[in-house]
Write a protein that binds this ligand. Structure first.
Ligand code: CP
Ligand code: NVA
Length: 304
């Protein structure tokens, strides 16, 4: 699956066809992997990962995924690089382009990724920035397609913080042709420009009312109220108890609705254990699908 874009910093770099193509490719690679393992299509290729923030899923799924496709991985905390002593992003991007075939970076400020991409001659992948988390949403739509057998026409309910993952979910909904309703406290909405752009593609509703948002939903999604980049520890109080996904709220969604969360979860804050451990939750498949969707992405971006 060849992509027009060199990088994946945000999902709006993909066309609808490419977005759906990567999802289908991920499902194919997953089936192949479960049956007999993947072919070493990235043999002699390498991925360099840079982390400014902690990670469990992103780090491990990229490393294992690249290895399962026959490639190798270098993993670095930005503190261990000369970046921490003032080497510029520009010089880092140029240097890495001489060694490796792809950069995946998890950063605070999204402009760091843009600067890396501008100065690298190899693909740059966003492994989460304060603004977006495109790799998570690729995995989420793989999961939705597996569980619901389709994605177009479904209703997604996002409840809680209109954060980086929400921005990417919104773009994903537009590409997938899903309706999306987002319930946040006032002042915690997703980016205005994304809302505007996606509204031209599909039905987008912003509310402050989780009951309205979850009504008739096929997919219910939340995320932490306390993202890594947040500094205001009092912000959680602005979400509780109204924006918690609990069993009572879940009864308002369609009876066959699935519950999703990118993880890590703060149990009994944004979601109760009864929901995340309950029969509608697909969070472990969702976490697993990071592996398969990122393999599809890596194989699509790292050209022979
Ligand atoms: N969902 C996700 O990106 O998890 P990590 O922060 O553990 O990578
Ligand atoms: N919104 C969360 C996602 C973590 C995977 C954060 O940015 O910390």
């Amino acid at each position: 699956m060849k992509l027009k874009t060199q990088n994946l910093l945000a999902l709006d770099e993909l066309s609808k066809k490419e977005f759906n193509g990567v999802i289908d490719y991920a499902i194919k690679l997953k089936k192949e992997f479960k049956k007999s393992g993947n072919s070493p299509i990235l043999k002699n290729k390498s991925l360099t990962m840079i982390f400014q923030k902690p990670s469990t899923r992103t780090r491990i799924s990229f490393e294992i995924g690249m290895t399962q496709l026959g490639g190798t991985v270098v993993n670095l905390s930005s503190n261990d690089m000369q970046l921490s002593r003032g080497e510029t992003i520009e010089d880092t991007a140029k240097t890495l382009s001489r060694y490796t075939d792809c950069i995946m970076a998890r950063v605070y400020d999204h402009s760091i990724l843009e600067n890396l991409a501008k100065n690298a001659t190899i693909p740059v992948i966003n492994g989460l920035s304060d603004s977006y988390h495109p790799c998570q949403i690729l995995a989420d739509f793989v999961t939705i397609k597996e569980k619901k057998k389709k994605i177009s026409g479904l209703k997604i309910a996002w409840i809680g913080d209109g954060n980086n993952v929400c921005n990417s979910m919104l773009i994903g909904a537009g590409l997938a042709g899903c309706k999306i309703s987002i319930a946040t406290p006032k002042g915690f909405e997703p980016f205005k420009n994304i809302v505007k752009n996606v509204s031209a593609l599909t039905d987008v509703e912003l509310t402050n009312d989780p009951s309205r948002t979850i009504a008739d939903a096929d997919v219910v999604v939340t995320d932490t109220f306390d993202s890594i980049h947040n500094t205001d520890k009092n912000r959680i109080k602005k979400f509780l108890p109204k924006f918690q996904v609990n069993s009572k709220l879940m009864t308002l969604a369609n009876s066959d609705a699935i519950f999703m969360h990118c993880l890590p979860a703060k149990r009994d804050q944004e979601v109760t254990s009864s929901v995340i451990d309950g029969p509608q939750s697909v969070v472990w498949d969702e976490a697993e699908n990071r592996l398969h969707s990122q393999k599809a992405l890596l194989a699509s971006l790292i050209r022979a």
